[in-house]
Design a protein around this ligand. Structure first.
Ligand SMILES: *Cc1c(COP(=O)(O)O)cnc(C)c1O
Length: 400
């Protein structure tokens, strides 16, 4: 980790030793005292130049100076990232913004954004000589973790809540993971995973409290900066569950600005489901996480009542002068249909939430009529066929 300058607690500000895998601040003991990895950007700038990048492979390892891992030739050939950004003029008109681009992260190897974090997590676990990697997830983090563990040849144990969609569970089983279906909620699966990791010495991939993983999610922001340089969007819009994705993307944009790749930092808009909106409430309220949030959403990947990384999400979004909005399940399903029909993009509900968020923010006057937005589609629609079919209807049956 040649370019890492420190691990700093986002609550008390104290720096600490690098944790083995997941871990909160040892000094302040707050359950949400996530560590933040800081980089020596002056040194990164000397190595990660435009010229150097021009000669690197088109995957997210091209930014290895900004990742908390050692270079590894074999792992750096694992495919991940550098997903396309597509212009979607008809979807822009539907959303009520002047211009809308979509970065389709559903095109990652296991079909979700989580591959950015899992690839870094599995590589970090290997470099820490871990014998097994474990994670608890509503689905995508799990299937992604299992996929990269399989690429690397590392055993994986995955805890999923009862309501994880079948396609995601199918992925786990095909990738050969040891799958434990927990008779309970995501929060309960999460706690069980943490206990098992502590008891058995497994590598804990749980992104929210594993500071290394958020840095993997950051590469989406790094890519957006490099891919749109000179024509950066005014807003980057992304859905929010635990908050790691939105925090990572914002951090990536901020670092690329500090390194001189982009002239200004796009504002980051985090989108939550109206039925599960603790971070929006914290943003609108006193900056504290509301307790005992009840509710639910069809967007299973962002159905998170206790978002572990809410502080990092708030902090980085505010640093970009961004905001948070909520969208209803109905707005999400409308956005899912619109993305498919008007842009040829098949998004799972949590991913469509970002597109619904663009429309909501435009209607509320948060995104101006003459502004330019980029929505990140974080997961492919085939991840949740049941919802897709329930909103799209059945084909017309005809005689041969
Ligand atoms: C995990 C996930 C998110 C949200 O990421 P967090 O880091 O939990 O905020 C959004 N969309 C999809 C498809 C996801 O899998």
């Amino acid at each position: 980790m040649r370019f890492v300058s420190g691990f700093k607690c986002i609550v008390c500000g104290k720096t600490s030793e690098p944790p083995k895998s997941a871990g909160t601040c040892p000094a302040c003991g707050d359950p949400f005292s996530i560590l933040n990895i800081e980089f020596d950007l002056a040194r990164v700038a000397k190595s990660m130049t435009r010229e150097a990048l021009a000669n690197r492979p088109l995957n997210h390892w091209r930014y290895h100076e900004l990742l908390p891992i050692e270079p590894d030739e074999v792992a750096f050939a694992w495919p991940v990232g550098w997903t396309p950004i597509v212009e979607t003029p008809r979807l822009a008109e539907w959303a009520g913004v002047m211009n809308l681009r979509v970065k389709d992260d559903g095109r990652n190897p296991t079909s979700s954004f989580k591959d950015r974090a899992s690839s870094v997590g599995v590589l970090h676990a290997m470099q820490r000589k871990a014998t097994r990697i474990a994670c608890a997830s509503t689905g995508n983090a799990a299937s992604s973790c299992a996929g990269y563990a399989a690429m690397a040849g590392m055993p994986a144990t995955i805890f999923v809540p009862l309501r994880a969609p079948e396609p995601k569970v199918a992925q786990l089983l095909i990738y050969g993971a040891d799958v434990r279906r927990v008779r309970g909620t995501y929060a309960q699966a999460y706690d069980l995973c943490s206990r098992e990791c502590d008891a058995n010495g497994w590598y804990n991939r749980n992104c929210a409290i594993n500071p290394y993983l958020v840095e993997g999610k950051k590469t989406c922001g790094l890519e957006i900066a490099e891919q749109t340089a000179g024509r950066e969007p005014d807003w980057v819009v992304v859905s929010v569950g635990d908050g790691c994705t939105v925090a990572g993307i914002a951090k990536g944009l901020i670092e690329m600005h500090a390194l001189g790749f982009i002239a200004r930092v796009p504002r980051v808009l985090g989108v939550q489901a109206a039925g599960m909106d603790p971070i929006v409430r914290a943003f609108e309220g006193d900056g504290e996480l509301p307790k005992d949030v009840m509710g639910s959403t069809i967007a299973d990947s962002i159905d998170v009542a206790v978002p572990r990384n809410w502080r990092k999400a708030l902090r980085y979004v505010k640093e970009t002068k961004g905001a948070f909005v909520r969208v209803t399940d109905e707005e999400i399903t409308e956005a899912m249909k619109a993305a498919g029909r008007l842009a040829g993009v098949f998004a799972e509900p949590a991913a469509a939430a970002a597109i619904a968020g663009v429309k909501r923010a435009a209607a509320d006057g948060m995104i101006g009529k003459h502004e330019d937005a980029l929505a990140v589609v974080t997961g492919n629609g085939l991840k949740d066929i049941k919802t897709a079919i329930s909103i799209a209807g059945q084909p017309t049956e005809v005689e041969p």
